[in-house]
Write a protein that binds this ligand. Sequence first.
Ligand code: G6P
Length: 485
Amino acid sequence: MSEPSSTSTTVAADLLVVANRLPVDRVVNDDGSTEWRASPGGLVSALAPVMRKNEGAWIGWPGDTGTEVEPFENDGIALVPVALSDQEYAEFYEGFSNDTLWPLYHDLVAKPSFRREWWDSYVTVNQRFADAAAANAAEGATVWVQDYQLQLVPQMLRELRPDLRIGFYLHIPFPPAELFSQLPWRRQVLEGLLGADLVGFQLSGAAQNFVRLVRQRVGHKTHRDTVYLPDGRVVRARAFPISIDTEGFEELARSEPVETRAAEIRRELGNPSTVFLGIDRLDYTKGIYARLRAFSELIADGELDVEDAVFVQVATPSRERVDQYRRLRDDIDRLVGRINGDLGRIGRPAISYLHSSFPREEMAALYRAADVMVVTPFRDGMNLVAKEYVACRFHEDGALVLSEFAGAADELRQAYLVNPYDINGMKATMMQAHRAEPKELSKRMRAMRKTVTENDVAHWASTFLDSLALDRDAHDKQTRPPHES
Ligand code: G6P
């Protein structure tokens, strides 16, 4: 991607996305030159068409610290960068977002740190995003705020611009009241979210957790998915399970270069009869350690043989300066080393481990090359890798082993579901998937493909935005709450 051309300092957009990251990251090369590269996450492919149609603007952080960048246009979308200082990167991004909220919202898989100076930075940075949205929104515009890094933005924005229609979508799980209540700033976060007209979650259980907490901790009246505020405004909380660009992935998987590359991958692995595959951000919520142990035990037990089975694990580097992530990386490095040292043979490692991120084409080739996809998070908002695998299996073959604690398990019922805390159970299910008859596999895959084809990311975006617009019409008619709460 080339250096963007700068436009005016503010835009007047009718539709704004406010997300922690811009769709492109600013990367500084060794020679000091800068370029823009696609940023992590698939949100842009979901929202790009609707943003282009609506003269949309995207407000986000360019992925590095320091330099202020003027708004610019990229691929038909106005991008408005919000700068973070080194200290804010440490306190807002690594600290409060990823060392407080992330573990707290993921079932306490790791212990969250509660630090008051991180909270202060979270407030400051959320206000900066809200200010940027307020400055760039046309009269009566729709603003869609994304994810846990920006939960205070809806309320801050409403205070600045009561004319706006505001939606919020949480991409990660929303914890049960018992866990959320640990947060010293629980009330402020709930009130921040209540600035939105519509708060979207991956699953209906999360929406219910939120409504219950609002009733308990803020004291507002609620009825089913609706919160009634004292000033007469209503806020709805509903589930909108996110998805992928299903057609785009399938097209890629069907392309000749990807087919050739998939065959090459299998050859390079020594033509084993079964390729198991895991692809994750290197995150402690993903259950990578437990899954690799399960696989290694299947080899040690003699159920699988390194001569004809291999596990390819891709772990994308992530949040590398945060302690828990650094420790995880060391743990996985050691585990892979031990497994390959104990169980591998010359030219036949049990695990082929890649600590790296790959372009979409290579991912599609890996999905095509894999017989058994293993997705075993301890907790995951959705998990799009599971859906991408299904989208790429247009021959209706291949098996998906999926954690029941991934949001995707709600929709992909025909996957081989596992409890990632139960290593023996995982071993048994991985073997069941490995030994399944082609007829059984195609029956399951066909059903899952129907689900991801019908519910793609365009459907997700339009359902959310339609619901936000519809609620606006209904809003005027809605006056009094029912008596119950
Ligand atoms: C998850 C979050 C996203 C985040 C992504 C990558 O999917 O829901 O908001 O952007 O992880 O993490 P990073 O910390 O690199 O943005």
